[in-house]
Design a protein around this ligand. Structure first.
Ligand code: GDP
Length: 429
């Protein structure tokens, strides 16, 4: 059975949480392949809001297995807090429902200290991280001084790893004018948490490969979005991991042959948190309206998101990079009540037309979107469960997005509730 990859097709916050939650209904195994607790999946279940930062949202469905792959970086305290919060609402969170990769790297207090020291020192160079130490933890993984969950099994080895990491990181911390972090309390904390973590640790790649071979339906869940990918995104305004679908295999520890459908989540408009180019940004009342109606504030940080029209050149780029087989178009309802809606269908830059997001930093900040204007609709969409339930202008918008992006629409989300969606193509066929 080939799996389904869910990937953000924009700058993150596309409503992945809800889509993964919906697809998890028909999946057996849901596994996160990258990122850390900087993701914020907001789910509304029975009118109650739950924000998950790390644990896959499939955990909300009893009987599903969830996993956090080796491509993720995990703050053990935040992870256990999330586990306890889920248990507190009556969910079973144990080895039968959740596995954390023993190969995943730890986010340590020193990583958070580095994030904080850099943010206060950097001034105009800030890239606006969530301050959770994710970036520094990925840096240490690549620099071969990271600490992994498997390292917890041997206290002497663990101490040596933590010491080596602190030796280098404290040089930087003190260089930035911040206090150095001591090794002892970190090692003590980790040894204290070890027994609570141990039952949840395992080989996620093996779990997924064996599950797929036995016919289980696997959902691969990414965090953030394609345009934040460390290699392919709007560099340097990117996240520290690879968000694209191809990394779903490596970030879990299976071969790419296990991946099947790739669903890209896109809002019916665009948002972006923090600094960085955003060609279709609206600085006016309309942007303000999208923010207010779409509740566009960060799930993790509460930061207001920048809002703008749907950007098809960026979406085409995401479609090509991920090999998207379907789109999940979310928040269509947020556009209700506008007289006309616009879609950027291309860019113009220095007299030339561009059909995809360019790589040059100057181009990406200077491009001027070429817009197509479509008739709007006034009706609320929250009750629609089939395309035929949509007003004809909203239907035309959905059809136009598929046509312009070259990707068929598999799902349309029309409200925050779990049931508020139109399913056009079932994820596992
Ligand atoms: P994620 O990290 O990609 O899941 O994105 P967010 O955490 O920003 O979640 C998006 C927010 O939008 C959540 O509060 C959802 O409940 C909400 N949401 C998801 N889909 C829709 C939709 O189709 N319409 C509306 N109005 N809200 C939605």
């Amino acid at each position: 059975m080939r799996g389904v990859v869910i990937v953000g097709a924009q700058w993150g916050d596309e409503g992945k949480g809800k889509v993964v939650d919906h697809y998890a209904l028909v999946a057996d195994l849901v596994v996160r392949y990258q990122g850390g607790a900087n993701a914020g999946h907001t789910l509304v279940v029975g009118g109650q809001k739950t924000v998950l930062h790390l644990v896959p949202s499939g955990i909300l469905h009893p009987g599903k297995m969830c996993a956090v792959g080796p491509g993720c970086v995990v703050d053990p305290v935040a992870f256990l807090d999330e586990v306890e919060a889920l248990r507190a609402v009556g969910l079973t969170v144990d080895a039968s429902s959740l596995m954390l990769s023993e190969r995943a790297h730890l986010v340590l207090p020193v990583h958070r200290a580095l994030d904080a020291a850099r943010e206060s020192a950097a001034g105009p160079g800030r890239i606006g991280t969530t301050g959770r130490g994710i970036g520094p933890a990925y840096e240490d993984a690549v620099a071969r001084r990271g600490v992994r969950f498997a390292d917890l099994s041997d206290p002497d080895y663990l101490r040596a790893r933590v010491e080596a990491l602190h030796f280098e990181r404290n040089l930087l911390l003190t260089g930035l004018g911040a206090a150095p972090q001591s090794v002892g309390p970190t090692v003590e904390l980790l040894l204290e948490l070890r027994d609570r973590l141990a039952p949840l640790l395992g080989d996620v790649g093996r779990l997924v490969a064996e599950g797929a071979a036995a016919g289980l339906r696997v959902l691969y869940e990414g965090a953030q979005g394609t345009l934040l990918d460390v290699l392919h995104g709007s560099y340097p305004y990117v996240t520290s991991s690879s968000t694209v679908a191809a990394n779903a295999a490596s970030g879990v520890g299976v071969g790419p042959g296990l991946l099947g459908a790739v669903i890209g989540i896109t809002k019916a408009y665009c948002t972006r948190v923090g600094a960085g180019p955003f060609p279709t940004e609206l600085d006016d009342m309309l942007g303000e309206r999208l923010r207010a109606v779409g509740h566009e504030y960060g799930a993790t940080t509460g930061r207001p998101r920048r809002c703008g029209w749907l950007d098809v050149p960026a979406l085409r780029y995401a479609a090509r990079l991920n090999g998207l087989t379907g789109l999940a178009l979310t928040k269509l309802d947020v556009l209700s009540g506008l007289e006309t809606v616009r879609i950027a269908v291309g860019y113009r830059w220095r007299g030339q037309r561009w059909d995809e997001l360019p790589a040059e930093p100057v181009a990406i900040t200077e491009v001027e979107p070429i817009y197509e204007t479509l008739p709007g609709w006034s009706e609320p969409l929250g009750e629609a469960r089939a395309l035929a339930d949509l007003p004809s202008a909203a239907r035309a918008f959905v059809e136009r997005v598929a046509e312009l992006s070259g990707v068929p629409v598999a799902l349309v989300s029309v409200g925050p509730d779990r049931e508020a969606l139109i399913e056009l193509v079932a994820p596992f066929g």
